[in-house]
Design a protein around this ligand. Structure first.
Ligand code: GDP
Ligand code: K
Ligand code: MG
Length: 293
């Protein structure tokens, strides 16, 4: 029996959440082309050949501007420090830049066993991969390298096999049919936040937070979830609600479908939007989205 924590570290949009979902085989962590989609540390549980691989998805590493950002970045690094193996996910199409060099410096301080995962190989010609891996290897001591397309699944099985062999020996920490440690209440809030990421633009996705107010199982086993979307500006409220409530209905409907699929039963989702200035500097709001302060 083996069991170990594996942190996914990388720049925003490297494909960390996509890789976690691909390995777990379910969409646990929200994915979008926007930076800072992932705010909290999410654990994906993968069983492979008598090994339990505990994948820790993290917010990307970027230059923090506000307290929420700072907490996201420091929570990501805590994920790396606490893990047995760190997967350094690199968008192979983008290659190296100043931001990545900064991550590499920090990885040296925080992680002992670093595996390089060159992602998005579906977007680049194969001849460019080895030189890129060599370049990273010259800057940082890499234990192993993998080339994958997290989106399409190529190479992901090889990575999983290797992890299954290399995580430390020890008992499983979670039941073997669990997919995540994320509580259902948080999952529901994340799914609503995901839809807001898809359906709104510019600063809105970054200026809102979603919390589950109540989560109840009804006698027919369906679930009723009431959620609040906190916005910091009155015009954001109007944008999220949309003309005659069209936008918020669509957000609720899509989140409901995703939640029903993940929880494998009918769900009913009720959304309210509330204005709350400076929610992003309130400790309780930050804790509610799963960040350690
Ligand atoms: P994260 O910020 O590192 O968690 O990145 P996400 O998982 O949210 O992905 C960011 C964007 O990259 C999304 O639009 C994904 O669909 C896309 N993406 C992730 N992996 C791949 C891949 O292997 N190939 C391609 N072409 N796109 C990918
Ligand atoms: K993203
Ligand atoms: Mg992510």
């Amino acid at each position: 029996m083996r069991c170990g924590f594996v942190a996914l570290i990388g720049a925003p949009n490297a494909g960390k959440s996509t890789l976690l979902n691909q390995m777990v085989g379910a969409k646990l962590s929200i994915v979008s082309p926007k930076a800072q989609t992932t705010r909290m540390r999410i654990l994906g549980i993968v069983m492979h050949q008598q090994s339990q691989i505990l994948l820790v998805d993290t917010p990307g590493i970027f230059k923090p501007k506000r307290r929420l950002d700072e907490l996201m970045v420091s929570n990501a690094w805590t994920g790396a420090v606490d893990s047995d193996i760190t997967l350094f996910i690199l968008d192979a199409h983008n290659g190296l830049n100043e931001e990545i060099n900064h991550i590499i410096q920090k990885l040296k301080e925080t992680s002992r066993r670093i595996w390089l995962v060159l992602n998005k190989i579906d977007k680049i010609i194969p001849q460019k991969l080895l030189p890129l891996a060599d370049q990273v290897n010259s800057l940082l001591s890499i234990e192993r390298s993998f080339m994958v397309s997290a989106k399409k699944g190529n190479g992901v099985n090889d990575l999983m096999e290797a992890l299954a062999k290399e995580v430390p020996e020890g008992p499983w920490l979670y039941p073997d049919d669990d997919l995540t440690n994320l509580p259902d209440r948080l999952l529901a809030a994340e799914l609503v936040r995901e839809q807001i990421f898809m359906k709104t633009h510019e600063e809105i996705p970054y200026a809102i937070t979603v919390e589950t107010e109540s989560f109840k199982e009804k006698s027919d086993h369906s679930i009723r979830v009431d959620l609040v979307i906190y916005v910091s500006k009155p015009n954001h409220k109007a944008i999220i609600i949309g003309h005659q409530g069209q936008k918020i209905r669509m957000i609720g409907e899509r989140a409901r479908k995703e939640l029903s699929r993940l929880l494998e039963r009918p769900c009913h989702v009720f959304l309210t939007v509330k204005e709350r200035k400076n929610w992003d500097s309130e400790n309780n709001r930050l804790k509610a989205i799963g960040l350690d302060l």
